[in-house]
Design a protein around this ligand. Sequence first.
Ligand code: BES
Ligand code: ZN
Ligand code: ZN
Length: 498
Amino acid sequence: MEIKVVPGDIAQTPVPAVIVNLFEGVKQPEGATGAVDRALGGAISQLISEREIKGKLNEVALVHTLGRIPAARVAVVGLGKQPEFNLDRVRQVSATAARYLKGKGVTRAATIVHGAGIGGLDPSEAARAVAEGTLLGLYSFRKHKTPEEEQEFQELLLVERDVGRIPSLEKGVELGRVMSQATNRARDWANEPANAMTPTDLAEVARQVAQDNGLEIEVLEREQMVALGMGGLLGVAQGSHQPPRFIVLRYRSDVTQPHLGLLGKGITFDSGGISLKPSEGMETMKTDKSGAAAVIAAMGAIGQLKPRLSVTGLVPATENLPGGSAMKPGDVIRILGQKTVEVISTDAEGRLILADALSYARKLGLTHLVDTATLTGACHVALGDLYSGAFTNNQAFLDQVLRASQDTGDRLWALPMPDEYREQYKSEVADIKNVGSRWGGAITAALFLKEFAQDTPWVHLDIAGPSRSSKESGYLVKGATGVPTRTLVQLALNMAGS
Ligand code: BES
Ligand code: ZN
Ligand code: ZN
C-alpha cells in the first residue's frame, strides 16, 4: 500500500473517500473538517447537533456527499477529548479509519494529518503516526488462507494545504513506513505456525533480512554451540528433532561505542517440554518466538535507517519439545562460561536460552543490552494485555528505553527486582535453579537473567501479555502485535542522537 503526501485541499480531492476528524464536544468544526462541512452545506455540523457524531475516540461516522464534493464519502473520525490528545491517538484513529473504510470496500482515500492543525502536534511526527497507524491497522495474516475476492487498500493520500510543510511530512511518512513495515514483518513471523517457522526457517528469514538491509549475519549451528558451551540452548533443543540455531545480525556504523545489543527469545514452539503444558490454548505457543521476530525485524529497520551507532541482534532459536532425549526436571546444565543451573521446570526454558545469549553478548563486548521475551505467564497476569514488564540493572538505561517507548506508544511498566527474592532460586545441587516460588514469577525470571547480564547495562522486556492481541483495537489487530519492534528501533535512533 502507498502513502503519498500531496498538496491541495481535502474538500476538493477526487478520491472515493476522505477522512477528516473531530474532537469530542466540538459543535462547529474548524480547519479541514470545517472546510469539508461547509462544502457539504453543513452536513457534518448538523449530524453533530443531532448527536450522531460525538467525536469520541475511535468513533467513525460516514457521510455521503451526494456530489457536493469530488469524494463520494466523508469519514469523520473521533479524536476524543482535546486535552488527552497525543501521537498515539493519531496512530489509533488512523488505523481505525483505514480499517473502517476497507470494510466498506474503499481502496483509495485521502486524509488530513490528524493533530497537525488545532491538535498542536509536530507535523512531521503526526505524519509519521498517520502512516504507522494506517499500515499497522490494515495488517492481517492471510498467508495460509485461500485468497478471497477481497480488495486490498491501495493508496492513502495525505493532503496538505501548506506546500512548505510537504518535505517534513514526507520524512515523517517515510519513517512511519519503515517502522510499521518492520513491525508487520515481526507479526508475520510470530504468527507463522511452528511447522512453517522452525529455528532453521527463522535463520533463513534473518539471512534474507541481512541481505536486503546491508547487515552481516552469522548463524551458529549445534557444533559451534557445543564448542562454545551454550548449555542452555543445547539443553532446551535436546527434546526436538529440529536443530537449534543461534542467529547473530550485525549493523556496523563508524561509531563503535556504545554498542547496543538486542536479544530476542526464539522459541518457535513451547510445549513446555517434559514439564508439558496443558493442551488447551497450547497452539498460541507458536508465538513464543515473538521476541526473536521483533529483534530480527528491528535489525532490518536499523539497517535501513542507518543510525550512527553499532547494533548487534542475537537470537537463540529452538523448539521446546518433550522428545525421548529431552531435558528432564532435575538435570543440571551449564550456561555459556558461567553458572550451573538445576532445571526444575523444562517450561522455564526462555531464561535458559537467554542466559546463553546474554553471556555471548558480554563476550562480544556489547555495552548496552535489551532482551525481549514472552517469558512468563506471571507478567501477563500482573500487567494484562497492554503492558510489557520492564526490568533493569541500570536505571539510566531503563529511562532511555522508557523514553523510546513513549515515542512509539508501546506500553512498558517498570517492575522491581528486589535482591531478597534471589534466595528463591538457590539450588542444593547446582549454582542456581531455574524457577522460584509461584509469587512474583515475572520478577524471579528477571532476577535469573540478571545473573547473566552481570554489570552490563541491561533492560529486560517481558512481552508475554502484549505479544498477542485477542481483538482488533486501534492499530493492534488479532494475533501477533509485533511489540516492541518500533521501540527497539527508536531506542537505536535515540541513542545515536538521530
Ligand atoms: N512461553 C512461556 C510464557 C508465556 C505464557 C508466554 C503465556 C505467553 C503466554 C514460558 O516459557 C513459560 O512457560 N513460563 C512459565 C514459567 C514457570 C514454569 C516458572 C510460566 O510462565 O508458567
Ligand atoms: Zn516459552
Ligand atoms: Zn515455557
